[in-house]
Design a protein around this ligand. Structure first.
Ligand code: PLP
Length: 459
């Protein structure tokens, strides 16, 4: 049995989750007659039009995040949207229209960036294990810069460039000596398949400088993700600037670009504070005063590649309750979406300790919590848990449940094939109008990819 203190602690804990969803509603969304509004459109009208489960993206949230970051960063900093966070064409175009570049990490992302209308000179390509075919595709398209992750990759790029009769612009992706403390995934300072260890850079640089089909452009820092403390970022950026100055001095070369990578976090849990973008901007301005006129860096373009920060808060995953069960005293709300569409919310995408994403009953968003429930999806696995022991208003079959902070690494980082449910559509809300920006993948769709049944010997 639970003692009184434990019960109190649990209620406080629940309260935090509810407050976090409420904070997000107050910061970014609206409420009308008790119902959530996304970009001024009631959630009920979105789901009546497009069905559930679905992802909805509010362009006004993207605008807020973009403007806050753009205003805070020094002018010499270019922003390249990291499209792995959410490759939807509407989102990629939104950022392109604001003068943003795109960071890609595969041939598929290159294709999608070009399809969205991104000029090749606004594309940079990072990621380990780029295949010869992907490099060929990127070099033929004439993208701005490839971030080299190993000596083998540098050699591969040189060979393909020679075959194409081109010169490839390459930056080295550095895994710094110094570890970042405080990101969700600690990166830098430890063994990693990403980038080249700082202490192993020299042979790769010597090779690049010796090859006529390679043009050295600069460095790309490999730092981490979900970093909420600006001081950690500044600390790593300083280390990156030191590395750039050292390379420049040692090889007597100018550094055209310093790409600080992504990693800006968003608060998923009530205990987390948002990244202080203004303080980050002020820290970068001081770094620029200190390093910006250094002979190695006076003509350098500085790049950041945020993904999660720009899109994470704009997305809500919306599901409908299909059944409600009580099993041995525990209440389960069974919804029509689950971990196959949103692996991160189920806690199975790199969370060490499973915690609930901010969640709410969207058609009664301002009702007080009345009961403690688990929200589960339709997959036949206990992993398909979207919220555990969460306090929600009393719910009915047919009500809508929403998971906030679902714009980044949500739909795109989920195992859609598991149990062959249709894939969720994506809805874009702009100027109080909702429109479909990705169709639901149909039940029949999967059959088209299969061998004809006759080939399997089935009559
Ligand atoms: C090379 C590179 N750039 C940018 C990002 C985006 O990171 P985030 O979404 O944390 O900003 C990543 C994430 O893995 C990355 O690998």
């Amino acid at each position: 049995m639970l003692v009184v203190e434990e019960v109190t602690a649990i209620i406080v804990f629940w309260g935090h989750f509810m407050n976090h969803a409420k904070t997000l509603v107050e910061s970014y969304f609206g409420v009308h007659h008790g119902e959530l509004e996304i970009g001024g459109v009631p959630v009920g009208s979105i789901v009546r039009e497009y069905g559930t489960p679905l992802y909805a993206y509010d362009s006004s949230v993207l605008e807020k995040k973009w403007s806050a970051l753009r205003a805070a960063l020094p002018k010499r900093f270019a922003i390249f949207y990291s499209m792995k966070a959410n490759p939807n064409q509407a989102i990629v175009r939104f950022f392109l229209n604001r003068g943003c570049g795109i960071e890609i990490a595969s041939g598929g992302e290159l294709h999608q960036a070009l399809h969205a209308g991104c000029p090749p000179e606004q594309i940079v390509f990072a990621g380990p294990g780029k295949t010869p075919a992907e490099l060929h595709q990127a070099l033929s398209a004439g993208i701005e810069e490839i971030h080299v992750e190993s000596l083998v990759e540098a050699q591969r790029i040189s060979t393909i460039s020679r075959q194409l009769g081109r010169t490839a612009r390459v930056a080295v992706r550095v895994n710094p000596r110094q570890e970042v403390q405080g990101g969700a995934m600690r990166m830098g300072g430890k063994p990693a398949p990403f980038g080249i260890d700082e202490e192993q850079l020299d042979p790769v640089l010597e090779y690049i400088f010796s090859e006529s089909h390679l043009q050295f452009t600069g460095i790309h820092l490999y730092i981490g993700t979900q970093i909420l403390q600006h001081s950690i970022l500044i600390q790593q950026y300083r280390a990156g600037l030191e590395i750039a100055c050292r390379i420049s001095q040692q090889f007597q070369q100018k550094v055209r670009t310093v790409d600080f990578g992504g990693g800006y976090g968003i608060p998923y849990f009530a205990s987390e504070q948002p990244l202080d973008v203004a303080a980050l901007g002020a820290g970068l301005a001081s770094l620029m005063e200190e390093y910006g006129n250094h002979s190695a860096l006076c003509d350098t373009r500085f790049i950041v590649e945020p993904g999660r920060f720009l899109v994470g808060e704009a997305g809500i995953y919306i599901m409908q309750i299909t059944d409600i069960k009580v099993s041995r005293g525990k209440k389960y709300l069974i919804v029509d979406g689950g971990m196959h569409h949103h692996l991160a919310a189920s806690g199975n995408l790199g969370q060490v300790i499973r915690r609930n994403y901010p969640i709410a009953l969207l058609n009664r968003i301002d009702a007080e919590p009345q009961e403690t429930v688990n929200v589960v999806g339709p997959l036949c696995t206990p992993l398909d848990l979207l919220a555990s022991d969460v306090a929600l208003p009393s719910a009915n079959v047919g009500d809508y449940i929403g998971i906030f902070q679902s714009g980044a690494y949500a739909r795109t980082a989920s195992p859609h094939g598991f149990l062959s449910h249709p894939t969720p559509p994506e809805v874009w809300v702009e100027q109080q109008r909702a429109s479909l920006v990705r169709k639901r993948g149909g039940h029949d769709g999967w059959l088209q990819d299969q061998c004809p049944l006759g080939d399997l010997g089935v009559q």
